[in-house]
Design a protein around this ligand. Structure first.
Ligand code: SF4
Length: 355
């Protein structure tokens, strides 16, 4: 492989296309990892996937869609109820505003159906090119689709079939590691990568690159020693190169773990994800732990009563004294950092100012 600095545009194109070919062989089952039954569900799931994993979205949307299955339902929903339903995805207040506005726009401007062109999609509130390409590249124009191109019984659905490059965080990172681009602007990356690949490849290329970013070429510690494109990657060595150690870093089906989808498509070789369960500390009541409320078994194990703290005794403190205050020459109960500071705009900062 030529040094990235001396690589000609033609050599870059050849190398990039080889990477795409090998990724196609490595992930012949690459697909969109959001669970959805129609374009509306995929649109909402994509909006909810901001700043969280597809897995968490997949674990959250079944509850949302069973209560509010159509845009008309969500447009008239009580925001507090929607917030509760999508809370696990994070930023739930902002996301509630986004999806209810989106539902209202689809009902009022498009008769309750998701529009089928990029121009119309990006006019919807909160929908950018990335979200639009996910929907237009993977969903079907009919209402009951599962995934573009698949059939439901006797009926074959019609995919929107608009090719697009989905520049998410994984795509950005990998395109930079492979020197397909030097930019970190998603629009520029999309344009530069579009120059390298034919249009017909754009949607599947996006899935393959995102699959590789999630399973092998991770942000913090890429598993270089288990990567099938080491000979084509200018960033080989950025991660773990020892094959044994690298294998332990692999995720999802490559590492033998459950995937992101609760309902993966046929042909996915991994295990389905499990539904969301609240963290154990929220469900563990004292009764379930075999305690009666009011007792603290860890204190009992250590032979303490709740009033004593041997760590304080070891340090020669009583609960009333605070040696760190004494060391700083403060009287107990005062904290200069909490006191308001009154100063004119030109006055220099004093030693006691809080920074
Ligand atoms: S060799 Fe390493 S940096 Fe390059 S694609 Fe593979 S895992 Fe990523």
């Amino acid at each position: 492989m030529a040094s990235p600095r001396t690589e000609s545009p033609l050599a870059l194109k050849r190398r990039a296309r080889k990477i795409n070919r090998i990724l196609g062989e490595t992930y012949p089952y690459a697909h969109c990892e959001l669970d959805f039954r129609n374009a509306w569900e995929l649109l909402v799931a994509t909006v909810l996937s901001a700043q969280t994993t597809d897995l968490r979205v997949n674990q959250t949307t079944p509850g949302l869609f069973s209560k509010y299955p159509k845009p008309e339902d969500l447009a008239g929903a009580d925001p507090a109820d929607v917030e509760d339903l999508i809370r696990p995805t994070g930023f739930f207040r902002a996301k509630t505003r986004s999806i209810t506005k989106l539902a209202a726009a689809i009902v009022h401007d498009h008769g309750g159906r998701v529009p089928g062109t990029l121009e119309e999609m990006v006019q919807l509130p909160g929908v950018g090119r990335k979200t639009a390409f996910v929907v237009l590249g993977n969903a079907c124009a009919c209402d009951e689709s599962v995934t573009a191109g698949q059939s439901h019984g006797a009926k074959v659905c019609t995919p929107f079939g608009v090719p697009g490059i989905t520049v998410d965080t994984h795509f950005m990172r990998l395109a930079r590691r492979w020197r397909w681009t030097g930019s970190d602007d998603p629009v520029k990356i999309e344009a530069e990568v579009a120059e390298i690949f034919p249009k017909s490849e754009w949607t599947m290329l996006s899935h393959r690159v995102i699959f590789h970013g999630r399973r092998i070429c991770h942000a913090r510690k890429p598993a270089c020693g288990a990567c099938p494109i080491t000979h084509l990657c200018p960033s080989y060595g950025e991660g773990e190169t020892d094959p044994e150690k690298a294998r332990k870093l692999l995720k999802y089906e490559k590492g033998g773990l459950p995937g992101q989808r609760l309902n993966p498509p046929p042909g996915y070789p991994g295990r389905p994800a499990l539904p969301w369960a609240p963290p154990p500390h929220r469900t563990m009541t004292p009764e379930r732990r075999g305690r009666t409320p009011g007792t603290n078994h860890s204190n009992e194990r250590r032979g303490r009563t709740p009033e004593t703290n041997p760590r304080n005794e070891r340090r020669g403190r009583t609960l009333e004294t605070n040696h760190s205050n004494e060391r700083r020459g403060r009287a107990a109960g005062t904290n200069p950092g909490n006191e308001p500071v009154h100063r004119s705009r030109c006055e220099p900062r004093g030693a006691n100012d809080a920074h």
